[in-house]
Design a protein around this ligand. Sequence first.
Ligand code: DGL
Length: 248
Amino acid sequence: MRIGVFDSGAGGLSVVKSLLERQLFEEIIYYGDTARVPYGTKDKNTIVRYSLEALEFFNNFDIDLLITACNTVSAYALREMREVSSYDIVGVIEPGIRAVENKLDDKNAEILITGTRATIASGRYQNELGERGYRNLTALQTGLFVPLVEEGIFDGPILEETMHYYFKDIHNPAAIILGCTHFPIISTAIKDYFNSKPLMIHSGEAIVEYLAEHHGITSQCEQSDLKIFASDNVDGLRKIAKEWLSTL
Ligand code: DGL
């Protein structure tokens, strides 16, 4: 299968990493809209417009499936994207919710939901988890992590200070939803910040489980070919990909 993976920038590489680990697809076409990242600070109409424009990039390839590896786009634009495309489009929020259900039986467990301003404001994670009976939810906009990851800052004092800024009043969450695909790239730093060493819910791992459960995609291929494209500074994105994916 040839699939497309779309994110506003580098974050979707965290999903690609999970796909490559499982060798689910022969060909992965990655597109990061680096000219316009971040999406998470924009309004709904802008997010929808950017997402529809990004879809046009994939017209150059005959893809079988598109993974929208961006929570912000998944929160706002999936319906509009599906209306104009001939292939299946899978987002990351539904898989994330399924992953919580699969991994966390205790409905009173403290769950910290992190994400961009737009994703948190959409209330998608809060509402869906609330409907499933999870009662102890804290939602936090942590958008400054996005430019840090785009800059290739995965550890060190700036990240530590940013985590302190966001997390100083959060104590011992049982689980953290990395509700932005940029965040798994700094997942170890976030987990280590908390003494409780919370369970980390990651869109990439969640989507692998979801593709098996809902699309019957489990079979492995011998090799996966990854091609990376971007709307700006493709070399910068490829550099981050090399660094991040080389830990495979
Ligand atoms: N990686 C994206 C997400 O999952 C968003 C980053 C951004 O463009 O703000 O929400």
